[in-house]
Design a protein around this ligand. Structure first.
Ligand code: BLA
Length: 510
């Protein structure tokens, strides 16, 4: 974005949030050239922390400014880093003239960024406490329990008013799937948000950094002096800087939600952002670097455990659907017309997984179960399938995008899973999933603090919800790979049965 092109809600996925030229004011920043350790760029608030104005600093040696002791600590520290480091390291305690600080260092090819945060009195990490947390996480049975447990643990550890697990779907829309909160707060559990609420470049930064922390949403940002890095003649790349100032759009969003401080802990699955622990406080909230490091540790551990929890959950789900499938096959074997066993017994194909409706179309007949398109529409759909779907198992979670006729019934059947019994005879077994919006409840207005008039707040969860609804129009919840696997097996078994019966009939006729 340039000055000619102001930041709006429509172009904010192009806001260069890694080069704001500003920091949050709860610390100060120095850029130091390598190898001569001369200060080249500083944050404008050095007077408060070093009693030296920012203008006096450029060109000075870091040893002269921060003292021999610091230079010694730094040299020792760097010598102890055997193979160098690429991202970020910390020195736990640095004694400067005006107090104790925590120093966070990260290297660029020609300079280092040094960030300093005042050290609070705080306890060391209590490992028995952490061990306790991990065993709670291990014990959690389901994926959702696992997420709730982690949210509660992180809330206990950090003291945030609200900690949510925010999970992305494939299009990076998000849902709050677990939550721990102060009792008097309105729940956000189950709420959905559009991908635009966390734009792509922000998500990319959260894949590189485990923690994003905004101590006080009401802060006044501190500029860098000079604005351009004299070594690169470019704005300073602050992708890894912990004090990096926040996009004004996101600040507005948080203010509109009544939030005073916020922290996100990334959840990665195989290197990709799976979700975030989103932590809110309804006032400023100090979280020390040590505590944030502990949260990073928990985020990393949670991410590693996630794969296993998902696998276990998937196995349990597979088993559950398989047991329904077994019942169906048993019913089929007892019925005169075996296909009736799929729809007419105590158990039906509706029980396999979460669907709105199902249909069995055979011998020119269509048997409908639950919430389905009209019979005529289902018949039209089967002839469309026989002309367009070449797979034995066909599925989509956005039917109307490939079959415009399906717009008419997208509320009931945005999702379609179909198995072919006979392509030529247009015989199919079909499952329908309703449009996502029909299955989601919008739990009131979580931004009560800031009520919205027609032309009121442009950024708020309520507006987000409207935009999410637009984005998921005509789509259903996706079909799970386990569901596809089981219906593929089911189809094979049914076809075998049909062939066997046909064979027996033929034998009898002969
Ligand atoms: C960042 N947006 C974020 C972050 C979250 C959200 C969690 C990470 C930073 C943080 O922890 O505060 C969104 N927060 C949510 C959501 C919930 C929540 C959905 O608690 C639900 C409960 N934001 C917008 C729009 C734009 C936007 C419309 O809503 C742009 C047009 C931008 N969001 C935006 C940007 C960031 C962001 C730029 C990055 C902030 C940064 O790291 O500098």
């Amino acid at each position: 974005l340039s000055f000619q092109q102001p930041l709006t809600l429509d172009n904010c996925d192009r806001e260069p949030i890694h080069i704001p030229g500003l920091i949050q004011p709860h610390g100060f920043l120095l850029v130091v050239s390598v190898p001569d350790w001369k200060i080249v760029q500083v944050s404008a608030n050095t007077s408060e922390h070093l009693s030296i104005t920012p203008e006096q600093l450029p060109g000075k040696s870091i040893t002269g400014i921060l003292g021999e002791a610091f230079a010694h600590t730094l040299t020792t520290f760097l010598a102890s880093e055997r193979s160098g480091f690429s991202v970020r390291r910390e020195i736990k305690q640095v004694d400067l003239a005006l107090g104790k600080y925590h120093a966070i260092i990260h290297p660029h090819p020609h300079f280092w960024i040094l960030e300093f945060e005042a050290l609070a009195d705080e306890a060391e990490i209590d490992f028995s406490y952490l061990n306790g947390m991990l065993s709670h996480l291990q014990q959690a049975g389901t994926l959702i329990e696992f997420c709730h447990t982690a949210a509660s643990q992180i809330r206990l550890l950090t003291g945030f008013d609200r900690v949510m697990v925010y999970r992305f779907d494939e299009a990076y829309n998000g849902e709050v799937i677990a939550e721990a909160r102060r009792e008097d707060l309105e729940p956000f559990l189950g709420l959905h948000y559009p991908a635009t609420d966390i734009p792509k470049q922000a998500r990319e930064l959260y894949e590189k950094n485990w923690i994003r922390y905004i101590r006080d949403v009401q802060y006044t940002s501190v500029p860098l002096v000079p604005v351009e890095n004299p070594l690169t003649k470019q704005p300073l790349d602050m992708s890894f800087a912990v004090l990096r100032s926040v996009s004004p759009i996101h600040i507005e969003y948080l203010k509109n939600m009544g939030v005073g401080a916020s922290m996100s802990i990334s959840i990665l699955k195989e290197g990709k952002l799976w979700g975030l622990f989103a932590c809110h406080h309804y006032g400023p909230h100090a979280v020390s670097y040590l505590l944030r490091n502990t949260c990073e540790f928990l985020g990393r551990t949670f991410s590693m455990m996630l794969l296993e929890k998902e696998k276990r959950e998937e196995a349990a789900y597979h088993l559950r659907i398989r047991s329904v499938q077994t019942k169906l096959l048993e019913q089929m074997s007892h019925m005169e017309n075996s296909l009736q066993g799929l729809i007419a017994g105590e158990t039906s194909v509706m029980d396999l997984f979460e669907v709105g409706g199902a249909a069995l179309c055979v011998d020119g007949e269509c048997y409908l179960l639950g919430d389905t398109p009209d019979r005529e529409d289902v018949l039209t759909l089967t002839s469309w399938l026989s002309a367009h779907a070449y797979q034995d198992v066909f599925y989509t979670d956005a039917l109307s995008t490939i079959n415009p006729a399906a717009h008419a019934y997208q509320d009931r059947a945005s999702g379609l899973l179909a198995i072919t019994l006979s392509k030529v005879q247009q015989e199919y077994l079909l499952w329908f999933r309703p449009e996502v919006v029909q299955t989601v409840t919008w739990a009131g207005n979580p931004a009560k603090v800031a009520e919205i008039s027609e032309d009121g707040l442009r950024l708020s969860p309520r507006k987000s919800f409207q935009s999410w609804v637009q984005q998921v129009k005509g789509t259903a919840l996706p079909w799970h790979p386990v569901e596809i696997r089981v219906v593929t097996e089911l189809r094979n078994t049914i076809i075998d049965m049909i062939l066997k019966i046909a064979g027996e009939l033929k034998l009898r006729a002969d």
